[in-house]
Ligand binder design. Structure first.
Ligand code: SAH
Length: 288
């Protein structure tokens, strides 16, 4: 072996110094686009390249572009971060560096910073995003991003839950996965969207339990109603199970669903309660 791991490491750093490269996938005009500002473009498409989202990406039903933040770094070492003002642990991404990347991303797509301080991601939000042209996502690293660049661009922050990740890349993939599967033709069977948890068709509630063959497994039977062939009875069972599960496990969702029945309370609702509002809007639509 003549090559040491260190020299290999240097070689792998080089490509990030080249001008911006789009992902290898064909870029289709007009398709829903995820544009991702990240220090780790190699993390994409990641899991999104597999299964239904991967097939849809290859078919051009959605586009993926990465903007490597490192290319906008300062000086010979392309520094993107510096120590926190006021002291403390870790590093903060510089405002000028992210600003340059945002200019490269350009206008046309809503910009979201994946952040634990953001508004929690909901199915309603994924639905709204799926209906738009796409999204520019900023993936943070280290301690986060200088507040001034977030303020200057009036950037919205979205969280995927009350825990801290090492970086925004996994969070971005969560948001993209939840959104892309709602784009028409991405799922093989579009009907599976109709009754899943948080869906409008399921009134924003959790989905009823699922069963498949064999009819009897280790002494446990499938609920007989599901084998009855009585579609009305099956729908009623599923609706009542959805209510039971939601009441038991997600009192917050259940309250939002009930509050959603009262238009006077509508303005106070947010987050999970978007579900019940969406349900009401759906109810007001003429039945097809
Ligand atoms: N110091 C920050 C956390 C930084 S974590 C704080 O205490 O609020 C580093 C990066 O990971 C963040 O910039 C963000 O992009 C991403 N990240 C971490 N947790 C996240 C979450 N729950 N949702 C979305 N992004 C998250």
């Amino acid at each position: 072996m003549t090559e040491t791991p260190k020299s290999h490491g240097r070689l792998t750093i080089r490509p990030s110094l080249r001008p911006r490269e789009l992902m290898a996938e064909p870029q289709v005009r007009g398709a829903w686009t995820a544009r991702i500002i990240t220090l780790f473009p190699e993390a994409f498409p990641g899991i999104l390249g597999l299964s239904l989202t991967g097939k849809a990406l290859a078919q051009g039903l959605w586009n993926l572009e990465t903007i490597p933040l490192r290319e906008f770094g300062i000086g010979k070492h392309r520094n993107v971060d510096d120590t926190p003002a006021g002291g403390g642990a870790g590093m903060v991404i510089r405002p000028d560096v992210l600003d340059a990347a945002l200019r490269e991303a350009g206008p046309g797509l809503p910009v979201i910073y994946m952040s634990p301080r953001g508004k929690p991601l909901t199915q309603a939000r994924a639905r709204a995003l799926a209906q738009g042209p796409g999204v520019t996502l900023i993936c943070g690293r280290f301690e986060g991003i200088d507040q001034r660049v977030l303020d200057a661009h009036d950037i919205e922050e979205v969280s995927i839950g009350d825990y801290i990740l090492t970086g925004g890349e996994i969070a971005a993939q969560v948001l993209i996965d939840a959104t892309v599967r709602l784009i028409p033709r991405v799922l093989g069977n579009q009907d599976s969207l109709a009754e899943e948890s948080f869906s409008i068709g399921n009134r924003g509630l959790l989905e009823a339990p699922q069963f498949t063959k064999p009819a009897r497994w280790e002494g446990r039977d499938i609920p007989p109603v599901l084998l009855s062939g009585n579609h009305a009875a099956i729908a009623a069972w599923r609706a009542s199970e959805a209510e039971r599960l939601t009441k038991e496990r997600r009192p917050d969702l259940w309250r939002a669903y009930q509050d959603g029945m009262d238009p006077a309370k509508d303005r106070q609702l947010s987050g999970a309660s978007d579900q019940s509002r969406a349900h009401r809007e759906h109810q007001e639509e003429p039945r097809r």
